[in-house]
Ligand binder design. Sequence first.
Ligand code: MN
Length: 411
Amino acid sequence: MSASSPLTVPDDSPFGVHNLPYGVFTTADRPEQRRIGVAIGDHVLDAGAAARALGESGFPALDASSLNPLLAAGRPVWTAVRAALTRWLTDESLRGAVEPCLVPRAEAVLHLPFEVADYVDFYASEHHATNLGRIFRPGSEPLTPNWKHLPIGYHGRSGTIVVSGTPIIRPSGQRKAPADAVPDFGPSRRLDIEAELGFVVGTPSELGSPVALADAAEHVFGVCLVNDWSARDLQAWEYVPLGPFLGKSFATSVSPWIVPLDALAQARTTPPERDVEPLPYLDDRDAAEPSGFDIAFEVRLNGHTVSRPPFAAMYWTYAQMLAHLTANGASLRTGDLFASGTISGPERETRGALIELTWNGQEPLKLADGSERTFLDDGDEVVITATAPGPNGTRVGFGEVAGRITPRPAG
Ligand code: MN
């Protein structure tokens, strides 16, 4: 044992032992071998290798090449695995066996950590929905009549969910400004971001059996960061009457680390007061524990911070989203992902999309390097990060979801 052990993690690390997010990684010497990793300080623990080194045979899901078997195993297993990992990483008598299973985080290549089943994206920020209503429907009520009665969502495209760092090819599609007589076809001129939180479903549910609010934590394993790239010109022309389609489906980026719900106990917070009484299946006013989360987001464009969206301001909670998603009897599958929708707070500098930050392009953002943006240029890089309160003054880190815009290849 030495003071310089990689397991001596500073208290202010976003990846302290209070967090323990799960990912899937490879290393340069074994590029074909995807392994389950757990972030700890500046390292990644090869979780399957650690179990073998310690003679722990009770966690076969840690030997998989994706998180799906662990997701499917259910909450009692999630609790047992987390307790075991905590023991392996904190019991100094185990260090001799555990330290060889650590890989410096900088040397780990991180992959999409689970096979995404269905993907649903919600619209749960009142501030975001209000801003978009004002932009797209000036002169009318900004919120649609249904907005405070149900968490609005749409089904997205799970097959184009990509891990952080994957280049984002500028989508092409039909574009038609209101003044144009007919649409034309070409690269989006209004490529945008949406800073969101994603919820990863582990335990499936039965067809025909809605998931009650109180059971949300039995089904949701953890959370990740999401950037729901959005081509606003494609979206504006196509979305009436059936909602988002090709303006969203070209790519959605997620962070490589799945932070377990168990790491967010100190981040739970009461959501904003409901000024419309929810129907009983969405009524969380006497819930045993609040389902809001105090998570502070930061959005950087080419290294400049352009927004700090607060997840605590979200009107609808993840439990309400899940209850609504299954209210008609639709079943859940292991690997389902549902995202919150753009996170925007009440102040301008807390808006989670460029369309709001620039008010539909009318008020360009001035970056610290003197450049201006309305929407994204080719070469632009967007990095979204977040932290939440952990125990005893610590912070829970989520890592980042990053993506750089590349032009569509010629030909
Ligand atoms: Mn979205």
